[in-house]
Design a protein around this ligand. Structure first.
Ligand SMILES: O=P(O)(O)OC[C@H]1O[C@H](OP(=O)(O)OP(=O)(O)O)[C@H](O)[C@@H]1O
Ligand code: HPA
Ligand SMILES: [Mg+2]
Length: 180
């Protein structure tokens, strides 16, 4: 059972779901005001459970798409952000809401935002389930944050360690013996 590899649970499924309701309302208010139809772009693979939980609560018109960029090997940020799969929709002159599972060093979000600006997007915002500000190497913040987490490697609810644990319905910290 993969839950046995977890040392402690940081965020329960219920806490995450309740926060998604709040975030969705906040985001909805902002887009209703601007009248835009954003493209909600999930960054694969980590954003999938959070994105599913969030967008079903949006009551404003939006389109969805996905991109895959990768910058982690195990628990290490490898610095250079690679695009593994680009989005299908054209993003020129569109508003983009990037959905992330976590902002850690900030490198991924910096590169992704730069890329969207270069493609002629009108506006690029980001919603992230988790924020780990203690690890930042780039000056960047998400526009909407679910929870701040401490400087520990977290898994579950989309977040992986070597591709495992994404399917856990909560966010937790792995037992050290798993990755040491
Ligand atoms: O702020 P950063 O230090 O750049 O880290 C955050 C990024 O790293 C993880 O992605 P990863 O590259 O592991 O891909 P994944 O979503 O497929 O796990 C995570 O999903 C974020 O996209
Ligand atoms: O704490 C983390 N857990 C899983 N993936 C990650 N990618 C960046 N930080 C993390
Ligand atoms: Mg990962």
């Amino acid at each position: 059972m993969i839950a046995q590899d977890i040392e402690k649970i940081l965020l329960s499924e219920e806490e995450i779901e309740n926060r998604c309701v709040e975030l969705a309302h906040q985001i909805e208010e902002d887009y209703k005001e601007s009248g835009e139809t954003p493209i909600v772009v999930g960054l694969l693979k980590g954003s999938v459970p959070f994105m599913a939980e969030l967008i079903k609560r949006f009551e404003f018109p939006c389109e969805i798409d996905f991109m895959s960029v990768s910058s982690y090997d195990g628990t290490e940020s490898i610095g250079d952000v690679r695009i593994l799969k680009d989005m299908d929709l054209s993003c020129k002159n569109r508003s983009i809401l990037v959905v992330e599972d976590i902002i850690d060093t900030g490198r991924t979000l910096v590169e992704v935002k730069k890329m969207f600006k270069n493609k002629g997007c009108l506006d690029v915002r980001c919603v992230t389930l988790l924020d780990k500000p203690s690890r930042r190497v780039c000056e960047i913040e998400a526009d909407y944050v679910g929870f701040e987490v401490p400087n520990e490697f977290v898994v579950g609810y989309g977040l992986d360690y070597n591709q495992k644990y994404r399917n856990l319905p909560f966010v937790g910290v792995l037992k050290p013996e798993i990755y040491q």
